[in-house]
Design a protein around this ligand. Structure first.
Ligand code: TMP
Length: 253
């Protein structure tokens, strides 16, 4: 698959050593998992689509001044990113009730929330990513109060940008998950930037007119046509010319 040294293998991506210090190559797999990997499948073409969609979104955010780890796409399944020290949190932003918040608080899926809500989860598979408060985050030293403020500010800005971007192509951004990492300059000053991916694996995206799900809930809930829905998201964003499943690799760069 690749001659590069593998740094880390996650559920949907593999990270390889990058061409220069401080860089990594992220390889997008076709593997899909849900419910902490209790449910697994290979969805042919998903990795290609998520690489392209994440490139598009991260590129857009970079251009608008939201710092991200994304540098450039290398080929169909790989992108060059900055190496970060991952903060062990999943930051979820919700605009509309769905998924775990609907279940936990007895809300109807599709009900608008009184305002956008930012939540934190501790990234730990063995513990099934429990929800945590700012108190837990600072007490266990996962991040400082200032870091939390920075992450919330970036998450809210990403929500504003993405909500508009998706609505313009007839898609409602229901909720999404972000991950952040730390980078250090020559003087050891630390800065937090957006990391990981933003794709239909990490967002809930509903067709604005029909309410049809265009995200990983199609896999979680066995609704079928998962990659077709991801391809439709890509097509609407103007990334893919048609919605034929993209499976060919361009080869390595
Ligand atoms: P939830 O409703 O299951 O808490 O999910 C909220 C959002 O976060 C949804 O867009 C899916 C995304 N998400 C992930 O990206 N990874 C995860 O492990 C989980 C649980 C949710």
């Amino acid at each position: 698959m690749s001659r590069r040294k593998m740094i880390y293998e996650g559920k949907a991506k593999i990270l390889y050593e990058g061409p220069e210090p401080g860089t990594l190559v992220a390889y997008f797999k076709d593997d899909a998992t849900a419910f902490n990997a209790q449910k697994k499948a290979v969805l042919e073409g998903k990795g290609v689509l998520n690489n392209r969609i994440s490139e598009f979104i991260m590129g857009h955010l970079n251009a608008l001044g939201v710092p991200t780890h994304f540098i450039r796409r290398l080929n169909m399944r790989e992108q060059l990113v900055r190496e970060v020290e991952i903060i062990p949190l999943e930051v979820v932003v919700r605009n509309v009730a769905a998924g775990s918040i609907a279940k936990k608080l007895g809300l109807t899926e599709g009900e608008a929330l009184p305002r956008s809500i930012v939540e934190f989860y501790y990234k730990n598979d063995a513990l099934e990513d429990p929800m945590v408060s700012e108190e837990h985050i600072t007490a266990f030293n996962w991040a400082a109060t200032q870091d939390i403020d920075d992450m919330i500010a970036m998450a809210v800005r990403v929500n504003d940008i993405l909500s508009g971007m998706f609505l313009a192509v007839g898609i409602r951004l229901i909720d999404f998950k972000l991950e952040f990492g730390r980078i250090y300059d020559q003087n050891d000053n630390m800065r937090i930037i957006l990391a990981d991916e933003i794709s239909p694996d990490s967002c809930r995206l509903w067709d604005a007119e029909t309410g049809e799900k265009m995200d990983k809930d199609r896999f979680r809930r066995d609704l079928g046509n998962v990659t077709e829905a991801y391809a439709e998201v890509a097509r609407r964003l103007g990334i893919m010319k048609d919605n034929a499943p993209a499976t060919n690799d361009e080869g390595e760069s």
